[in-house]
Design a protein around this ligand. Structure first.
Ligand SMILES: Cc1cc2nc3c(=O)[nH]c(=O)nc-3n(C[C@H](O)[C@H](O)[C@H](O)COP(=O)(O)OP(=O)(O)OC[C@H]3O[C@@H](n4cnc5c(N)ncnc54)[C@H](O)[C@@H]3O)c2cc1C
Length: 321
């Protein structure tokens, strides 16, 4: 067991964590990234990425994250294959974190980039057809279903927003919901019911995603929640939109969170209420949830961490004079 010291400790290795690391390393903060159970983050479980700036051709999510990791290492970031299981923020900077390995990490600043995970239904075929018709992100993957038949599963704000977004690409969108009314805000419901491209399918749950002859999604098996009757619906794309779970368990009672468990930051900044602790990426953003926005807020966190350290140094110098 060892103790690692750094000016900038980053928890999480998705686009937010790696971007913070690239900026932190170039500011000579010698960052440490603790990578967690999913090195590279959510993009490592997808295939085609077509909306990350800088690439004319479609790139692969895992490849993009390998490049970000390599870039962060190249400029001087230390990667740790460990998962943080405990953090101590009560006494201010420096902050202490403990890894699953038993190693201790001491950071003069702390950047939280632990992301969020889409919630899945957990039914047959869902995992196997991930990236082959089954997705949890219409903004990311909707474009691949231009002119095709798509379904959205869910009844809250996310599901209605995803269905409305998909009408930009498809004239045949079905919203499958297990109840006979939506939970989403009234204004979104009004927009949904006004669209002639969206058909709601009430009182149905999905029991399986089934591949067609080409190996990609062909249809979904459904069960009626009232009658128990079984049916199927054909679809080229299915978007599971039943919410996201931010990875904030570690920070419960230590940092303010909203009702959904997302970390709260000062508006327009990655600053948490504890000076020197910053949050970036999906862990503090339930609105945009994109790789490019995660990278952007990661950059902001590193710049603010640098400013925090400079201000501290200045204050210490003045006190010593
Ligand atoms: C299937 C799918 C396809 C997508 N496609 C696109 C797309 O095409 N374009 C796009 O812009 N966005 C896409 N997204 C969204 C994008 O992946 C996310 O917005 C982005 O990854 C968020 O980055 P992040 O750095 O905030 O967090 P994440 O990518 O979620 O990374 C979180 C990191 O935190 C680590 N971590 C968590 N807990 C701990 C801990 N206790 N200790 C240490 N580390 C920890 C994890 O190991 C992981 O490395 C897609 C998402 C999914 C699920």
């Amino acid at each position: 067991m060892a103790t690692h010291h750094t000016k900038m400790l980053i928890i999480g290795s998705g686009p937010a964590g790696y971007s913070a690391a690239i900026y932190g390393a170039r500011a000579m903060l010698e960052p440490i990234v603790v990578q967690g159970l999913q090195p590279g983050g959510q993009l490592t479980i997808t295939t085609d990425v077509e909306n990350y700036p800088g690439f004319k051709d479609v790139i692969q999510g895992p490849w993009l994250m390998e490049q970000m990791q390599a870039q962060a290492e190249h400029v001087g970031t230390r990667m740790m294959w460990d998962t943080i299981v405990e953090v101590d923020l009560a006494n201010g900077s420096p902050f202490r974190a403990v890894g699953d390995s038993g190693d201790e990490y001491i950071g003069e600043t702390l950047v939280i980039a632990t992301g969020a995970q889409a919630k899945w239904l957990g039914v047959d075929g869902e995992q196997e057809l991930g990236g082959k018709g089954v997705s949890a992100c219409a903004t990311c993957d909707g474009f691949f279903y231009r002119g095709k038949k798509v379904v959205v599963i869910g009844g809250g704000n996310t599901a209605v927003e995803e269905a409305l977004y998909l009408t930009n690409h498809s004239d045949d969108v079905t919203l499958i919901h297990r109840r006979d009314e939506l939970r989403s805000e009234k204004i979104l419901q009004e927009r949904l019911f006004a669209s002639d491209k969206i058909t709601p399918l009430w009182n149905k749950t999905v029991s399986a995603f089934v591949a067609g002859e080409n190996g990609a999604l062909g249809h979904l098996d459904l069960v009626d929640t009232v009658s128990g009757e079984q049916s199927t619906i054909e679809a080229d794309g299915a978007f599971v939109a039943i919410g996201h779970a931010p990875a904030t368990e570690l920070f419960k009672g230590k940092l303010p969170m909203d009702d959904g468990g997302y970390l709260q930051v000062e508006a327009g900044t990655p600053k948490t209420e504890i000076p020197g602790v910053f949050a970036c990426g999906d862990v503090m953003d339930h609105t945009y949830r994109q790789a490019v926005t995660a990278a952007g807020t990661g950059c902001m966190a590193a710049l603010d961490a640098e400013r925090f350290l400079a201000t501290q140094q200045h204050a210490q110098k003045e006190a010593a004079e």
